[in-house]
Design a protein around this ligand. Structure first.
Ligand SMILES: Cc1ncc(COP(=O)(O)O)c(C=O)c1O
Length: 400
């Protein structure tokens, strides 16, 4: 018999898990947590989530669901009630008119994207991805065996992606284009005209468009828009939505896709062999969020606009820091390259590292989002916390 050695026990992981990296945003938050555990008071500006509490009527619906024993499995793609509520909310807000079979509810927007990309992308398929990108897009595509073709947005144009920029990268290998407007991390918003042109161009060539609209209700341009409203091109569009940011429900884990019924069915097949349905009581909370008063969404949005203006003015007043004006979401993405070449600083990661270790301000370095000159700051926090962070940054940058 072969003796059992250390080598035979060595952990041999799959090639596909080694293709992806841990989430940079989660890693940055974990670093901040480590310092906190040492008793250091950290100003944490890494959070990709609202600082607001989930509105009371949504919490009440979940509590009522538990009391009513709504605690069993549901249909994999979500209850009919929830799927209808998702379709109805979207129709009311964007005139889309999706039907129940074109809706799937999943365990957060990230889960929607994971399922969709697993179902659409074969090994070697090209996926056009605008840079800066939200950290998970690249890794989800890599996990599926796809190849990201990076579209570098122009900082001088506020990182806005245009249809021309997308069209220039399309080849016969292009299977999918990912749009994310408003964008995490840049806050850039694509114009409705450019989004329309991208989906028209893609549909003509049989290319899929995934439009990640997790921040669609945090669009500050006054031109709220969903590509789901473009009826004529819908056989190649998947709209990804989430209740996380809209209703301050990040921990509840509820997202959805609006897409052609055959794609929804394929995603439900995959979901049925992994998580099954999103949590039953969360689905009831989701119905309350989508069908209840939307004033909470508007109130949070007004608050974010004030916070954005505040943090932007503060950052722009720090010598050496440059920052484009975000038009949506709740992040600013300042350029800190003016400090490269100062002692110990070669890249954005060094700036973020110094901010954390010396000023105790946690931010996320741009490398995780595909750029080398930036750090991401979340302004989904109180003005008091932002002011403390800005003051510490000002001092640190002045000392470099
Ligand atoms: C652009 C973008 N898409 C999707 C998500 C996923 O959100 P969730 O899974 O909480 O719905 C996030 C979260 O930060 C995001 O920023």
């Amino acid at each position: 018999m072969t003796p059992v050695t250390e080598a035979t026990h060595a952990l041999k992981l799959t090639e596909r898990i080694n293709r992806i990296e841990p989430s940079a945003t989660m890693a940055a938050a974990a670093e901040a947590e480590k310092l906190r555990q040492q008793g250091i008071e950290v100003v944490d500006l890494t959070a990709g989530e609202p600082h607001f509490s989930t509105p009371q009527h949504i919490k009440d619906a979940a509590i009522a669901a538990i009391q009513a024993n709504f605690t069993k499995y549901t249909a994999v793609a979500g209850t009919a009630e929830l799927r209808d509520a998702i379709a109805q909310r979207h129709s009311e807000d964007f005139g889309s008119g999706y039907k129940r079979e074109e809706v799937i509810a999943s365990v957060g927007g990230k889960h929607v994207l994971f399922n969709a990309i697993q179902v659409l992308i074969e090994h070697g398929d090209d996926v056009i991805l605008p840079v800066p990108y939200w950290v998970s897009f690249k890794d989800i595509v890599n996990y599926a065996g796809g190849k990201c073709v990076l579209l570098h947005a122009d900082e001088a144009q506020g990182f806005r992606v245009t249809a021309d920029m997308v069209a220039r990268l399309v080849t016969p290998r292009t299977k999918l284009i990912i749009l994310n407007s408003p964008s995490n991390p840049s806050g850039a918003v694509m114009s409705p005209e450019d989004q329309t042109e991208v989906v028209r161009f893609a549909a003509e060539r049989g290319i899929w468009v995934i439009s990640d609209e997790c921040y669609v209700y945090l669009n500050y341009t006054g031109r709220e828009f969903s590509v789901g409203s473009l009826h004529e091109y819908r056989d190649r569009i998947l709209v990804c939505g989430s209740l996380s940011k809209t209703y301050a429900m990040t921990g509840w884990r509820l997202g959805y896709a609006l897409a052609p019924a055959p794609l929804v069915s394929a995603m439900a097949k995959l979901q049925g062999q992994s998580t099954s349905n999103p949590t039953s009581i969360v689905q009831k909370a989701g119905v309350a969020a989508l069908k209840g008063p939307q004033t909470c969404v508007k109130e949070m949005r007004s608050e974010y606009i004030k916070l954005r203006d505040h943090v932007l003015a503060g950052l722009r007043s720090i010598p050496g820091v440059q920052c484009t004006q975000p038009e949506g979401a709740f992040y600013v993405y300042p350029n800190v390259s003016a400090f490269f070449g100062r002692p110990g600083i070669k890249a954005a990661a060094d700036v973020a590292g110094k901010l954390l270790r010396e000023a105790h301000v946690a931010t996320v370095s741009g490398e995780g989002f595909g750029t080398t000159d930036h750090i991401r700051i979340s302004y989904a926090t109180s003005q008091k916390v932002l002011d403390a962070g800005l003051e510490r940054m000002r001092k640190l940058f002045a000392s470099l």
